[in-house]
Design a binder for this molecule. Structure first.
Ligand SMILES: Nc1ncnc2c1ncn2[C@@H]1O[C@H](COP(=O)(O)OP(=O)(O)OP(=O)(O)O)[C@@H](O)[C@H]1O
Length: 520
């Protein structure tokens, strides 16, 4: 039993050992599985680790780059900051300089205003010294139309057949009066040689010398004439009353001088004066001046002294009267069109339409325009808000009726067939023109006498023209007469009469002016 028990016990122990072995084997397998999983995990972890290491190394590179960039940015920032500091300093410096400059500018502006006031005073003094009455003489060139009567054949049968330029030049010479302009430096003299027959029938050539403030030869341009006149236009801007007359026989160039042609070089004194007034008043804006400019244009018919409104709508039978306002010292023509002027081109258009209206009237009424006085008036009123100054000026540009001598006008047969066409009417008209022209001469002469004798009566009322221009024909105003002369030999007598009339005017001394005049 003991053995059997021992065997059983050994068998049980063997089974237990076998069970243990199986369990251990199972454990071993499980451990081996765990180990494999761990190994796999470890492998993955290693891979992750190496990826992380690579990423870290890349990050560290990036970090280094960023750090370098950061340093560079910081350096640039520093540079910018110092640039900004420098700029701010410069701006402060510039602001200071600007402040200084604007202070200087204000001082200069003030000085300019004072200089402008001084210039006005000096300009006026210069004009006064030159004479408040001045006379210019202008001889027009010989025109193709002067030759055309002879070249083309005239009613008097004086037709000449000319073949060469020499012939034409010779004819031109024959037609031209003997005029000399000896004063090449100052252009103040004109000598007219006229031939006459003595009692014994001998031909005598007599020289007549005249001296004026300026003599313009036939070649002179509108530019040259305006150069002398522009100072007067300036005086008007400065607040003076100015009268510029064109005087001379029909066809001597009065309208050409005053109104002129349509081109830049031929345009006359009226458009040039208007342009200058606009240009100068525009420039004066800088000095604080603001100007209002208005204009009127009228015609005084010489045969009945009626006034026609050239800027008007052409209403027939409208009566206009001249009124002087004693309080304001201004002159007004009733029912006349006064236009606010704002540009030279507007004035050009107005003048052109006035001119075409006159031309129609001239055709209808037998060249009536040359038998009337036209008066273009430009009124300026300026105020300076910064200096408190103000001024009013008036510029009258007058194209006088032709100053024919009665014998020529009456016998010339140019009376035509219109309403004023009879010789009797023509005679009356010429007499009436001469009356109004001599009324003008009388006013100028009386002004000259008044300068020497206080209280002298000035006969302004003797003609509508002088009555209209009363305020601009006084000792305080400036007058310029432009004597227009024909160069033709056939007009020598008219030219002599006109030169003598102009000399009388030139001999008149008004105001402080002193003139050196040589009589004829
Ligand atoms: N300086 C000049 N240069 C060129 N042509 C001129 C000049 N002066 C006048 N003329 C011409 O002479 C002609 C007569 O001139 P204008 O009509 O001006 O004379 P006027 O004295 O005004 O005559 P009216 O009294 O008949 O009006 C015109 O054809 C004009 O163009």
């Amino acid at each position: 039993m003991d053995i059997e028990a021992k065997l059983h016990r050994h068998e049980r122990m063997l089974r237990e050992a076998q069970d243990n072995l199986r369990e251990t084997q199972d454990n071993l397998r499980e451990t081996q599985d765990n180990l494999r999983v761990c190994r796999e995990d470890l492998g993955r972890e290693r891979e992750t680790m190496s990826t992380l290491k690579a990423t870290m190394s890349h990050q560290s590179d990036s970090n280094l780059t960023l750090a370098a960039e950061n340093t560079a940015l910081k350096a640039r920032d520093g540079a910018r900051q110092s640039q900004m500091d420098a700029d701010a300093q410069q701006i402060a410096e510039l602001t200071r300089k600007l402040e200084e400059e604007s202070q200087k500018n204000a001082a200069l502006n003030w000085e300019a205003k004072e200089n402008e006031a001084l210039r006005r005073k000096l300009h006026n003094t210069v004009q006064e010294l030159k004479g408040n009455i001045r006379v210019f003489c202008r001889v027009r060139p010989v025109l193709p139309s002067d030759l055309s009567g002879i070249l083309g054949g005239s009613s008097a049968g004086t037709s000449v057949a000319l073949t060469s330029t020499e012939d034409i030049e010779k004819l031109q010479e024959d037609l031209t009066a003997n005029m000399i302009f000896p004063d090449h430096r100052d252009h103040k003299e004109i000598v007219l040689r006229s031939s006459s027959k003595s009692a014994t029938g001998q031909e005598r050539i007599e020289p007549y010398a005249f001296s004026f403030d300026r003599v313009f030869e036939p070649e002179s341009t509108q530019d040259q004439v305006f150069e002398e006149i522009s100072l007067l236009a300036q005086s008007c801007i400065d607040g003076h009353n100015i009268c510029i007359f064109a005087y001379g026989q029909t066809g001597s160039g009065k309208s050409f001088t005053m109104e002129g042609g349509s081109t830049k070089t031929t345009k006359g004194m009226i458009p040039r004066a208007v342009e200058q007034v606009f240009r100068k008043t525009e420039q004066l804006k800088e000095k604080g001046w603001e100007y209002q400019i208005e204009g009127q244009f009228l015609e005084i018919a010489s045969y009945n002294e009626t006034i026609k409104d050239l800027f008007g709508k052409g209403e027939i039978g409208k009566k206009h009267e001249i009124k002087h306002d004693l309080k304001t010292g201004s002159t007004r023509v009733t029912d006349i069109t006064v236009v606010a002027l704002n540009s030279p081109s507007q004035v050009e258009t107005l003048l052109a339409s006035a001119q075409s209206r006159r031309s129609v009237a001239a055709t209808l009424m037998n060249d009536h325009s040359s038998r009337s006085h036209s008066v273009f008036t430009l009124r300026l009123s300026g105020t300076n808000a910064s200096t408190g100054e103000s001024c009013k000026g008036c510029l009258n540009l007058v194209d006088l009726a032709g100053s024919e001598r009665i014998d020529t006008s009456f016998s010339s047969g140019t009376g035509g067939t219109g309403g004023l066409g009879s010789k009797q009417d023509r005679l009356k008209e010429t007499q009436s023109i001469n009356r109004s022209l001599s009324a003008l001469g009388d006013v100028i002469a009386a002004l000259g006498e008044k300068a020497n004798r206080e209280g002298k009566h000035i006969p302004y009322r003797n003609s509508k023209l002088t009555y209209l221009l009363q305020k601009s024909l006084s000792q305080d105003s400036k007058t310029l007469m432009i004597l227009n002369l024909s160069p033709l030999i056939t007009h020598v007598n008219e030219s002599l009469t006109a030169l003598r009339f102009a000399t009388k005017v030139n001999n008149t001394r008004i105001g402080t002016a002193k003139k050196q005049v040589r009589g004829a």
